[in-house]
Write a protein that binds this ligand. Structure first.
Ligand code: BDR
Ligand code: CA
Length: 312
C-alpha cells in the first residue's frame, strides 16, 4: 500500500521538483499539499504549488494555504535565491485549479484525526510554521504522526542564510523548536546532505533530454536556481535540497546518517535558527532525529530522472 504523505511547502524551484518527484511515485499517496510562507510570501507559494500540480497533470491534488508568517517573527523571504515569483526561470501561466477553502493547518489536523494513527508522514520542505501550529492547536494529533521527514538545518556545513543557520529553520526557529521537541520520529535532511545533491551540466541535460514539458521546466528551474549557488559556493551546480526528502522516503539506502540529539537555538541574535546537532554524542541528551550526513548523488539523480520521465 502506498505511504500516505502531506507535503508542506514554500515553492521554490527545489520544492517544485520535490512535489513532481512525489507525484510521479506510486509508492506515495499525496493526501494534500499545504503551502506556507517562506521563500516567497504565502500568496505566491500557494499559487506555485498549484502550478506544479498542474504541470504534473494532477489538478485533482488538494492544495491548501497555511500560515502567512512565522509564529513569533516577521517573515524573511529568499527572492535573492528563487527570484521574485519563487519559481523564476521558465515563463509560466497562472494555475486554473482551485485553492481549497480550508486552512492548511486545519487540513493537517483533520487528516491526522481521520486517518489511522501512525499512517501519515509529514514532509515539510519550508519553515515549520504550519506543522508547529497544528501541534500547538491540536496536541492530540502529535502522537498520530508516523514520521516527519524534513529539509532543514545544517551542522558541519553550517549556514546558508546566516553563518550559523539554514533558511527553513532560521525563518521560524520557534516552530522548529516545537517540531524537534515533539517526540515524533524525525528524519532531517540538512545542508550537509543536500549540498552533495548538486546538479551538473550532464544532470540538467538529462532532464532536458526527457523531451517533455516537465523535463524542460525542471531544466529551466535548475538553470535559474544554479546561478546563486555557483556564485556563492563556487559549486558545480545547484543543490536540490527538497527532493532529498522525497528520495529518502523512496530509497533510504541512498542516504546515511546518525540518530542523534538536535536542539534549535532560538534566543541568540548571533546564532538564531542554528541546529545544534550532537553528531559526536558528547552530551547525554536523548536522540530525537535521524540526521542525514551523506547521499549517493548519482543514485539520487538517476532516481529523480527516471521518475520525472513518468510525468508525460
Ligand atoms: C531550503 O531553503 C529554501 O530556499 C529551499 O527551498 C530549501 O527548502 C534550503 O535552505
Ligand atoms: Ca523549500
Amino acid at each position: 500500500m502506498a505511504r500516505k504523505i502531506i507535503i508542506d511547502t514554500d515553492p521554490g524551484q527545489d520544492d517544485a521538483v520535490a512535489i513532481l518527484l512525489a507525484l510521479a511515485s506510486p509508492e506515495l499517496d499525496v493526501l494534500g499539499v499545504t503551502a506556507v510562507a517562506g521563500n516567497v510570501p504565502l500568496e505566491l507559494t500557494a499559487k506555485n504549488a498549484r502550478i506544479v500540480c498542474e504541470l504534473a497533470g494532477r489538478p485533482d491534488v488538494k492544495v491548501f494555504a497555511g500560515c502567512d508568517r512565522p509564529l513569533a517573527r516577521d517573515l524573511v523571504t529568499a527572492e535573492h535565491v528563487h527570484g521574485k515569483t519563487g519559481l523564476d526561470g521558465p515563463v509560466m501561466a497562472d494555475p486554473t485549479m482551485p485553492l481549497q477553502a480550508e486552512h492548511g493547518v486545519d487540513f493537517i489536523i483533520e487528516t491526522l484525526r481521520r486517518e489511522p494513527a501512525d499512517s501519515v508522514t509529514l514532509c515539510p520542505l519550508g519553515p515549520l510554521t504550519n506543522i508547529a501550529t497544528a501541534f500547538e492547536r491540536a496536541p492530540d494529533v502529535v502522537s498520530r504522526v508516523a514520521r516527519i521527514v524534513l529539509m532543514g538545518g545544517a551542522y558541519f556545513e553550517v549556514g546558508n542564510i546566516t553563518p550559523a543557520a539554514e533558511f527553513n529553520i532560521y525563518v521560524d526557529p520557534e516552530a522548529a523548536r516545537v517540531v524537534f521537541g515533539s517526540g515524533v520520529p524525525l528524519t532531517v535532511l540538512p545542508l550537509d546532505a543536500t549540498h552533495k545533491a548538486l546538479t551538473t551540466a550532464d544532470r540538467v541535460a538529462a532532464f532536458r533530454d526527457l523531451g517533455t514539458e516537465v523535463g524542460r521546466m525542471v531544466a529551466e528551474w535548475t538553470d535559474f536556481f544554479e546561478r546563486f549557488d555557483k556564485e556563492k559556493y563556487g559549486s558545480a551546480g545547484a543543490p536540490l535540497h527538497d527532493p532529498c526528502v522525497i528520495a529518502w522516503l523512496l530509497r533510504p539506502e541512498l542516504f546515511s546518517g546518525r540518530e542523534i540529539n538536535v536542539e534549535i537555538e532560538v534566543d541568540s541574535p548571533l546564532t538564531r535558527g542554528m541546529t545544534v546537532a550532537d553528531w559526536w554524542r558528547v552530551t547525554d541528551r536523548p536522540a530525537n532525529a535521524l540526521f542525514i550526513g551523506d547521499v549517493d548523488a548519482g543514485g539520487f539523480f538517476d532516481l529523480l530522472t527516471e521518475r520525472l520521465a513518468r510525468l508525460g
